[in-house]
Design a protein around this ligand. Structure first.
Ligand code: BES
Ligand code: MN
Ligand code: ZN
Length: 520
């Protein structure tokens, strides 16, 4: 899909050579029955007659009207132009046009719309027109090819938000594509190939580590998850250098479990297919890198993806096994289904080498987070207030929402183990918090935040599919950061003075750890 933007009045917009025109009409603009264009007059009449109301999502639909060059014209109210209202307006507006096979669409924004409104409208339009096709023998291609955005007032900020939307959509759609692919079409090796495909420009690097390299690094927790799988693990390291090398990078860590059976602590059969989405965090990291390749912001970003399947097998890790993580901390694996935190903890330790200004991990980590927050907001956990606020803010601006959850030390009580430094699960209570408390032990040396996207990365039911979240939130955070000159707040140097050093890897423990071996 391709977007353009131009400055046009509504009277000019209805003269465009397009298949359809979608007019976004905010509540505070009252139409004048004597308006200079027919659309304004219709809206006024429809309001008078009670056939239309100035309420977000209300639709007025017209077909082949005199004075209008588009066959289809749909006016939809956007309320106060809040992100959620824009979403419902675009969804109902597109709903009225869906069957019309629209190839070239005009999107006219009435009133003094902010650049953010355009970005939000375009990304919801893309969402409404997206269709997964890769593993269908007769795919239906997307009909919509071109969107011409118009408004009465178009500034450089509006034009740049359309560019931002274009990059965001490319990123979101790459994330959806990889998350939607069935696990036999999205193995750790496939993800590594996808990462290489994204990292093509001069500012990008991509390195892929296999079982041997990962063993050498001492990533005992990651290896423990992978040892039951026939598919070899991959540790993907992506780098984007948009700023000088002296600027500390932001590290994004994406959980890349390409299929989560639960391992020996096997999951029940119903809906187990949905565990192909357990690499949603990894997919969002790929999506962000895709968007970075189009936007080229002045910032440095590292993406880390520990990718493996979680399978039950003769060689699989067993409940009660103790493994040594890259940090040197030993972990008693009481439940092999709590595998996300095991692959993430080693990736977090690996992140230290980049001396990052911030590390954000993104993971479909806990069913408990789905119970707590549902599909509306991702769970945000962070011990660093400035970072947490920046992410909350980015969520509100982009409409890709999150909600801050607590990290009191008392929540870590249940993770105590008699046989290792820490257990990988606590009791049933506050499951998303205890998972975050586990991760926090491995994130002491930098400003850290964790996004639990178990409820937001995909939709279940009839409209089953990946959402591409939280690419919108992350991209907003990164571009905000790039546009800020003062990023010193979050500098690792300042933080590391106060942070407790984590225990270092003890060679003896790494060696002593019994490992089941699988061919690479
Ligand atoms: N990938 C799952 C989390 C998940 C479950 C996401 C359902 C979306 C829907 C994760 O690996 C997992 O299995 N977590 C366990 C943790 C438990 C064993 C402490 C869970 O949430 O049940
Ligand atoms: Mn699991
Ligand atoms: Zn999982």
């Amino acid at each position: 899909m391709n977007f353009q933007i131009e400055k046009l009045s509504l009277s000019a917009a209805i003269q465009g050579p397009l298949d359809a025109l979608l007019v976004l009409w905010p509540s505070q603009v009252t139409p004048n029955a004597l308006g200079h264009d027919p659309v304004t007059r219709w809206v006024a009449t429809a309001l008078e007659q009670g056939d239309f109301e100035l309420k977000a999502g209300a639709v007025l639909s017209l077909y082949c009207q005199p004075g209008i060059s588009q066959r289809h014209l749909v006016v939809v109210c956007t309320g106060d132009n809040q992100p959620a209202q824009i979403r419902s307006a675009v969804q109902s507006g597109w709903g009225a046009l869906k069957s019309a096979k629209v190839k070239h669409l005009g999107l006219h924004v009435v009133g003094d719309a902010s650049p953010q409104v355009l970005q939000s409208a375009l990304s919801h339009l893309a969402d409404a027109t997206y269709a997964y096709t890769t593993t269908l023998s007769q795919p239906k291609a997307r009909v919509l090819k071109q969107v011409r955005v118009s408004a009465e007032k178009v500034t450089e900020a509006h034009a740049s938000s359309v560019r931002h939307a274009q990059a965001l959509i490319a990123g979101v759609e790459l994330a959806k594509e990889w998350a939607n692919r069935p696990a036999n079409h999205a193995t750790p090796s496939h993800l590594a190939q996808a990462a290489k495909g994204v990292a093509t420009g001069r500012a990008f690097k991509c390195e892929v580590l296999g079982p041997k390299e990962v063993a050498k690094l001492g990533m005992g927790a990651f290896m423990a998850v992978a040892q039951g799988a026939a598919e070899p693990l991959r540790f993907i390291v992506l780098r984007y250098s948009g700023a000088s090398a002296s600027q500390a990078p932001v590290v994004l860590v994406g959980k890349g479990i390409t299929f989560d059976t639960g391992g020996i602590s096997i999951k029940p059969a119903p809906e187990m297919d949905e565990m192909k989405y357990d690499m949603g965090g990894a997919a969002s990291v790929l999506g962000v890198f895709k968007a970075l390749s189009q936007l080229k912001p002045k910032i440095n970003v590292v993406g880390l993806i520990p990718a493996t399947e979680n399978m039950p097998d003769g060689l699989a890790v067993k409940p009660g096994d103790v493994v040594t993580s890259m940090s040197g901390q030993t972990i008693e694996i009481l439940n092999t289904d709590a595998e996300g935190r095991l692959v993430l903890c080693d990736a977090l330790t690996y992140a230290e080498r980049f001396k990052p200004q911030a590390v954000i991990d993104i993971a479909t980590l806990t069913g408990a987070c789905v119970i707590a927050l549902g599909a509306v907001r991702s769970g945000l956990f962070s011990s660093h207030d400035a970072l947490a606020h920046a992410l909350e803010q980015a969520g509100e601006v982009s409409g890709d929402l999150c909600w801050r959850m607590p990290l009191d030390d008392d929540y870590a009580e249940g993770l105590k183990s008699r046989f290792a430094d820490v257990a990988n699960v606590a009791g049933r209570q506050a499951g998303s918090v205890t998972a975050a408390k586990f991760l926090q032990r491995f994130a002491k040396r930098f400003a850290w935040a964790h996004l639990d996207i178990a409820g937001t990365a995909w939709r279940s039911g009839a409209a089953k599919g990946a959402t591409g979240r939280p690419v919108g939130l992350l991209l907003q955070y990164l571009t905000d950061l790039a546009s800020k000159t003062d990023v010193a707040d979050l500098s690792a140097a300042k933080k590391s003075k106060t942070a407790k050093p984590a225990p270092r890897t003890r060679k003896s423990l790494v060696k002593a750890q019994p490992t089941a071996v699988r061919k690479a």
